[in-house]
Write a protein that binds this ligand. Structure first.
Ligand code: SF4
Length: 314
């Protein structure tokens, strides 16, 4: 991180606005509509009925420097990831289903979250990368408030499956520096079948537009390390299930031709995918090549290093 760069949330901390956002976010837990599932349950009393199985405390699966993310996040020091347990999606092919749908992890207080954030900063990470954050925004904000008071100054990465509510994104305006949403599907029925949520494309596309409105296209410092902006992930699925061509059109025409995009090749049949053809096989080289050429033709900014690595790896 260059010395001049100051992450957005530090100004909100100075003005007292960050503290106000923490209170607003916790109030939302009482009839929870933090994500687009809008369960309406009181998570301060119990996680019962919550689609994310999470109550008042966040559940952390693990945290540490991570070197497998996109190159602008990793740099030399790694991306400081905090993996939250549970997820608001139910992807039937999830590679981390023990965490996302099995809830592996331990409950933490905001003070413990703040300690993790500061520890990742002290380990030399370039950013804090919150993985599956949509259902624990209040808890993240509470941890952030404490950590900022103790000197946190890393950019924040909101690493989400993309089923986010606009009301919650409003709480993150001026807090999150880098949004990293998945854009998983172009078709609502496919999303319902394979991730068990209604209206994914409409929710997801509105969310990505709002994220881009807040932070713009991805910008990096002189070392190529991300400072602020939007970074989109799209996982190519077998048999064209993801609707890649339509998604690329959406990104080019409705977000920006400069959208930094990671077209991902690593689909493998995990969890229940073995019984859900065509999800029961990896994608072919041809399927991946077509997806990459579509993105190139659209002029999107591709995560070149990872695209190259994917080819070598396959
Ligand atoms: S965060 Fe989403 S899934 Fe969890 S209880 Fe709230 S609305 Fe439901």
């Amino acid at each position: 991180m260059s010395t001049e760069f100051e992450p957005a949330y530090r100004a909100l901390h100075r003005s007292g606005e960050l503290k106000r956002r923490v209170a607003l976010a916790y109030a939302r837990l009482e009839a929870c509509d933090l994500c687009a599932r809008e369960c309406g349950v009181n998570r301060r009393l119990s996680p019962e009925g919550a689609g994310c199985h999470t109550g008042e405390r966040a559940i952390v699966s693990s945290y540490g420097p991570h070197f497998g993310e996109e190159s602008p996040l990793v740099g030399r020091g790694g991306s400081g990831t905090i993996f939250f347990a549970w997820c608001n999606l139910r992807c039937q092919y999830c590679q981390n289903y023990e965490i996302s749908q099995g809830g592996e992890g331990y409950e933490v207080e905001p003070e413990e979250l703040a300690h993790m954030m500061l520890s990742l900063q002290n380990q030399g990470c370039h950013n804090l990368n919150f993985v599956s954050p949509s259902h624990v925004v209040p808890q993240i904000l509470a941890g952030l408030l404490i950590a900022t008071g103790a000197g946190l100054r890393l950019p924040l990465v909101y690493n989400t499956g993309g089923y986010d509510s606009l009301k919650t994104l409003a709480l993150l305006d001026g807090v999150v520096d880098i949004y990293m949403p998945d854009v998983k599907y172009a078709d609502a029925e496919v999303a319902r079948r394979y991730s068990r949520v209604p209206r994914y494309p409409a929710v997801n596309q509105a969310a990505v537009k709002e994220m881009h409105r807040q932070v713009g296209d991805l910008t990096m410092d002189e070392r190529g390390v991300a400072q602020r902006g939007l970074l989109v992930r799209h996982l190519v699925l077998p048999g064209g299930l993801a609707g890649t061509a339509e998604i690329i059109r959406f990104l080019r025409d409705e977000i920006s031709p400069d959208t930094y995009t990671n077209v991902m090749a690593q689909y493998r049949p995990c969890y229940r995918a073995g019984n859900l053809p065509p999800l029961d096989r990896p994608i072919t080289n041809q399927e991946y090549a077509e997806a990459v050429s579509l993105a190139q033709e659209a002029g999107l900014r591709l995560d070149e290093r990872r695209t190259r690595l994917m080819w070598l790896w396959r």
